[in-house]
Design a protein around this ligand. Structure first.
Ligand code: ADP
Length: 455
């Protein structure tokens, strides 16, 4: 029916319609109730009068003195009273107009038919009046009718005044409700506008933007989620930029050195085998670097498709196996690895756990100091299994800690201490997200690092 371009217009319209309908129903009921009550009150009064008249007429069948009585009643109640016999002949008329003539109207006909009081309302020359016919019964037979006509103009006026008052009050309430709805509409409109603007900003590349909406309702929750999403996009964007710049830098360097190592031999006939061998070793080293980078890229892509497969196995045996594989690397730096692990079985994805632990222990070796140590402590509590991997290596600067799990992030200290890819901890983080595990880190530069993996 109506197409609104703005939610708050639609809400205001809906509330408005509901409110107007409610007010209309309440007003109509009130006015009808009041009108009915007023008419009924007057009608009851005249029925009472008719009752008195009928009793008097009954006792005084010849209707002597009736005229006096009826005139006095007429004065007190300002109506016109006629007394009719059972044939409709007017016996007494308080206005002395119709006495002796035949009188018939819808009310008297109804009384004849039903022997019950009948009331009708009429309008003559803009004057509204009621006609009440009251049966006089003798041994259940109709012996006469008391016919009273009285003006209802005053009641109409009272009802009209009442209706006017009700409508005025309703209008005032409507204006107040309109102002309140407008204010409530603005309260919805403003945060939605803020969210729309912020989304447009993100679309235009201004990631990380947040909105300041703290309402405790659904819009507040939406704003909170929006802020989290915006920050996540920002982090991803920063990670992407860092990745592009670092990967292009990292790729450029080995390619440039391979080129530089090959160039001296192009077109040369007398190549010194010793020098050639030296260059080939360097080229081999650079190719290794390139291989690590390419593997990292493949790992990043693979992570998106991982699905954990559960199996039961001994956690300690698995840790010892990983340590055995990494021992030659540790021995190069004369690093000792100590494992403290109670024997028990776990039901989880073995190969993912192996990947996580290998990365963490490998980092402990990579960033460990000569003659250092790595301690692997396993705690099996009632609700979780904690695996602590503690080294006494170079540690991580406080400023780097929030970023170490980001893709391709490497601390400056790490850059200067050999080459890595900045993908190991990202892999760890992604796997914990997929499996529902958790990874925590505590570290101090120069002191060492502790990773806590909880299953
Ligand atoms: P990398 O290939 O550089 O080791 P990771 O994702 O495994 O990449 O680690 C990211 C960064 O976190 C490292 O470059 C290093 O700065 C820091 N880091 C990780 N583990 C340790 C550790 N045990 N000791 C010190 N620094 C660490």
């Amino acid at each position: 029916m109506f197409r609104f371009k703005k939610i708050w217009h639609r809400l205001a319209f809906t509330y408005g319609i509901v409110f107007i309908m409610a007010i209309a129903i309440i007003d109509t009921s009130l006015i009808m109730f009041y009108s009915h009550h007023q008419f009924r009150k007057t009608q009851d009064l005249y029925i009472e009068v008719a009752g008195i008249v009928s009793q008097m007429a009954d006792k005084n069948l010849k209707f002597t003195n009736f005229m006096n009585m009826s005139s006095s009643e007429e004065n007190s109640i300002s109506g016109r009273i006629l007394l009719l016999d059972s044939d409709g002949m007017v016996i007494v008329d308080s206005s002395n107009q119709f006495a002796g003539s035949q009188m018939t109207n819808p009310q008297t006909r109804k009384v004849h038919a039903t022997k019950k009081t009948s009331v009708g309302y009429y309008k003559v020359d803009k004057e509204s009046f009621a006609m009440l016919a009251y049966p006089i019964l003798k041994n259940s037979n109709l012996s006469g009718i008391v016919l009273i006509s009285y003006s209802v103009g005053e009641i109409n006026e009272e009802v009209l005044n009442f209706a006017f008052g009700v409508v005025i009050i309703s209008l005032i309430v409507s204006v107040i409700v309109f102002i309140i709805s407008f204010y409530l509409g603005l309260k919805i409109k403003n945060p939605i506008n803020q969210l729309t603007q912020a989304s447009t900003e993100i679309l235009n590349g201004n990631t990380g933007i947040t909105v300041d909406i703290n309402s405790p309702d659904e819009i507040g929750t939406l704003a909170k989620t929006f802020n989290m999403m915006s920050q996540e996009i920002y982090r991803t964007e920063v990670g992407r930029k860092r990745f592009v710049s670092s990967i292009s830098h990292e790729l450029k360097t080995p390619l440039a050195s391979i080129k530089a190592l090959i160039e001296p031999f192009i077109g040369e006939e007398n190549i010194d085998p010793l020098i050639l061998n030296e260059h080939l070793k360097d080229i081999d080293y650079e190719i290794d670097r390139l291989t690590v980078m390419v593997k990292s890229l493949i790992t990043t892509a693979r992570l998106e498709e991982i699905k954990p497969v559960l199996e039961k196995f001994s956690l300690c045996e698995e840790i010892h196996r990983i340590v055995r594989i990494l021992t030659p690397l540790a021995q190069d730096k004369e690093i000792s690895i100590f494992v403290n692990c109670p024997t028990f079985k776990v039901n989880t994805d073995k190969s993912l756990l192996r990947e996580v632990l290998t990365n963490l222990i490998d980092n402990g070796i990579k960033y460990g100091t000569q003659n250092g140590h790595i301690k692997i402590n396993v705690e099996n509590t009632s609700d979780k299994i904690y695996i602590h991997i503690i080294d006494n290596g170079i540690g991580i600067d406080a400023k780097d800690i929030p970023y170490i799990f980001d893709n391709f992030y490497r601390a400056d200290t790490a850059r200067s201490s050999g080459f890595g890819s900045g993908i190991g901890l990202y892999t760890v983080k992604r796997i914990t997200e997929i499996t529902g595990w958790n990874i925590d880190v505590k570290s101090e530069a120069g002191e060492g690092t502790e990773f806590i993996l909880s299953l």
